[in-house]
Write a protein that binds this ligand. Structure first.
Ligand code: FAD
Length: 297
């Protein structure tokens, strides 16, 4: 099976290409600009255009899809990539399947619906399947193969382009939770933003990164929204996940249930998170976390 891969970020591109090896035997990537080293069989390189938004490379990517004639186009799960996937599906008359949790060998997919209350199985029936996968969905291949032969593809000017009106610098999120082996997730159990320093201290003591639930990022805005975990955020598979003050609603736990070990700290012994956890500490996080930090130190 031939798989074509496209991503907005280089790290995601490498991860998706490596994961694609577990599904296909011919892996090709489409990149904008000069490609870096990639363990793929072929790289289609579309020349970078000045002042052209990523979305406006859609027609060029569609042309590469024709040339590559792949069975599947695997795309990173970002807002812009989803937009491109939708446009490509419209151009090609095929299906774009978003937010998949699993991709089977026959390209059947599974994804959460109704806010995580049910799992839907879907399979594209016509044309190449356009599948959008987040971090951790595909298992990276242990063997990095492929010569990465580069072929230049044409840039195709779209009929109507997005006009860039202005650019504003955004606060940079330096943490890459998808690659983290240990993650401390924090939820609404913390009373105020300043208390995040306590969680940071715990994360440092474990050598872990910090993630959170959606309300901490979206409602309180105490942590960047790129760090919230769950059905509408990151889907992760770390070795250790410690849930601090997190109730354990399904919309959150689908993002962590592939962790090797889950530890939960919650003052409510009936909190659903304990059903998911390998180890649970029933107690007030303001007592448990300092005690853990002092033991770890
Ligand atoms: C369509 C949809 C999509 C969603 N997507 C996501 C998603 O991707 N990710 C996500 O996280 N959520 C998502 N949600 C929200 C989700 O349903 C939950 O509301 C959310 O995960 C709850 O966050 P929480 O555990 O931080 O807060 P709460 O549910 O309020 O839980 C707080 C927990 O902290 C405990 N606690 C309080 N004080 C202390 C203390 N001092 N010590 C110890 N424990 C304490 C409480 O017992 C409680 O269990 C989504 C919801 C919908 C409808």
């Amino acid at each position: 099976m031939k798989i074509l891969v496209f991503a907005e970020r280089n790290t995601a591109l490498a991860e998706l290409c490596s994961g694609a090896r577990s599904l296909g035997d011919q892996i090709e990537a489409v990149v904008i600009g000069t490609p870096g080293a990639l363990a793929v069989d072929k790289i289609w390189s579309i020349p970078v255009q000045e002042n052209v938004m990523l979305e406006d490379y859609t027609d060029s990517i569609a042309a590469v899809m024709d040339l590559a004639a792949a069975n599947m186009l695997l795309i990173e799960s970002t807002k812009r990539c989803k937009l491109i996937a939708g446009r490509l599906a419209a151009i090609k008359g095929c299906s774009a399947i978003t937010d998949v949790m699993e991709i089977a060998d026959n390209l059947a997919t599974k994804r959460m619906v109704y806010g995580g209350a049910a799992v839907r199985q879907e399979k594209a029936v016509a044309g190449p399947a356009i599948i959008i996968a987040g971090p951790g969905v595909l298992t990276a291949s242990a063997i990095a193969t492929g010569q990465g032969v580069v072929e230049t593809a044409a840039y195709i000017e779209p009929v109507s382009r997005i006009k860039i009106v202005s650019r504003v610098q955004k606060t940079k999120v330096t943490v890459n939770l998808s690659a983290a082996k240990k993650i401390i997730g924090v939820g609404r159990g913390i009373a105020k933003q300043e208390d995040l320093t306590l969680i940071r201290e715990l994360a440092d003591a474990f050598g872990a990164e910090q993630g959170c639930t959606r309300p901490i990022a979206e409602a309180e805005k105490w942590l960047p929204k790129e760090t919230y975990i769950g059905v509408s955020g990151l889907m992760l598979a770390p070795e250790l996940y410690i849930a601090v003050g997190i109730s354990g609603q399904i919309q959150h736990t689908v993002g962590i249930n592939r962790s090797k070990v889950i530890v939960a700290i919650n003052k409510d012994k009936n909190a659903p998170i304990f059903k998911q956890a390998d180890y649970g500490i029933v107690g007030d996080l303001y007592k448990v976390v300092p005690a853990l930090i002092s033991q770890l130190k």
